[in-house]
Design a protein around this ligand. Structure first.
Ligand SMILES: [Zn+2]
Length: 299
């Protein structure tokens, strides 16, 4: 497998004049493609990621990143997208996300045309359908291991956005931990925008690179990783949507549900490079390092 690395400008403002990286890994993946394959998914003692640069516009992004063909190969082997594979916690977390969306989208009788990109195990769509029973659901998920679960929620499951009929329009497009993974943000956003109805919404959840976590962990924050070509904060995300003439409905910190044992294991691994195995114990909902957002097409 050949991995081809390309050089990028800032995906938001196109600026290419950033010289010095702000966050650097222990091991630079540009040295050898074997490193990229080995560290692509999972959590390790060594932090391996492409160096992050801070653009003048405030966006934090990788100048070097694998091209699209290489990414397809790297992602096709993924097993489970849910970070720690715990379905109950995943459901709790997604219920919390849905509650945020309900504040603005409270017509439970309406038939919403919904598209979820990176629909993962389908849990979010399943919850959505329980609440908005008349909705019509579409899902995009390239990971073949997720297809079985997703097909139980909807028959409209696609590998890629390019497979959806051009004339289709959606009222809401959802992306939970997806926008941090898309290197060609502008190109992809153009496609999404074409599928969005004139007063449609985009709802998403992303990591917050200005949250408390990266300040504590420094370059050991587990979110600095190969799969994230850029990371947002509230203002860089807002810059991005403003550029496309979208109207902000909200940006909010979100709760994620974790097992205490899992958190301790991660803490030891990231800060002390020690692999310990504390049992899961109980779960807590913490506003640790993510935020959700809702934007409306401003036309
Ligand atoms: Zn920029």
């Amino acid at each position: 497998m050949m991995i081809n690395i390309v050089e990028r400008n800032c995906p938001i403002c196109k600026n290419s004049l950033v010289d010095v990286s702000e966050i650097n890994p222990d091991i630079d993946p540009r040295l050898d493609e074997k490193i990229i394959k080995k560290y692509w998914s999972g959590f390790y003692k060594n932090n391996v990621f492409f160096p992050y640069y801070r653009c003048n516009c405030g966006f934090l992004f990788n100048k070097s990143f694998p091209d699209e063909e290489s990414l397809k190969k790297l992602y096709s082997n993924e097993k489970d997208n849910v970070i720690h594979g715990d379905l109950e916690l995943d459901l709790k977390t997604k219920k919390y996300y849905l509650r945020q969306l309900n504040f603005s989208l409270n017509n439970f009788e309406k038939r919403y045309n919904v598209l979820e990109i990176g629909a993962d195990n389908g849990n979010f769509l399943k919850l959505f359908q329980k609440q908005y029973k008349n909705s019509s659901l579409y899902a995009i998920e390239p990971n073949q291991n997720m297809k079985k679960n997703l097909n139980e929620v909807t028959k409209n499951v696609f590998d890629s956005i390019d497979e959806i009929n051009d004339n289709k329009k959606f009222d809401i497009i959802i992306g939970v931990h997806v926008f941090d993974h898309i290197p060609n943000l502008n190109e992809y956003f153009h496609k999404l925008n074409n599928f969005l109805s004139p007063s449609g919404f985009i709802f998403g959840v992303v990591h917050d690179e200005r949250s408390l976590m990266p300040r504590i962990f420094k370059n050991r924050w587990p979110i600095y990783r190969l799969q994230h070509p850029h990371l947002f904060n509230h203002s860089s995300l807002d810059n991005f949507f403003t550029k496309y003439n979208f109207k902000k409905i909200f940006i909010k910190k979100t709760k994620n549900y974790f097992n205490i044992g899992y958190l301790l294991n991660q803490l030891f691994l990231s800060l002390l490079k020690l692999r310990i195995s504390v049992p899961n114990l109980f779960s807590v909902g913490l506003k640790l390092g993510n935020f959700c957002f809702l934007y409306k097409k401003n036309k």
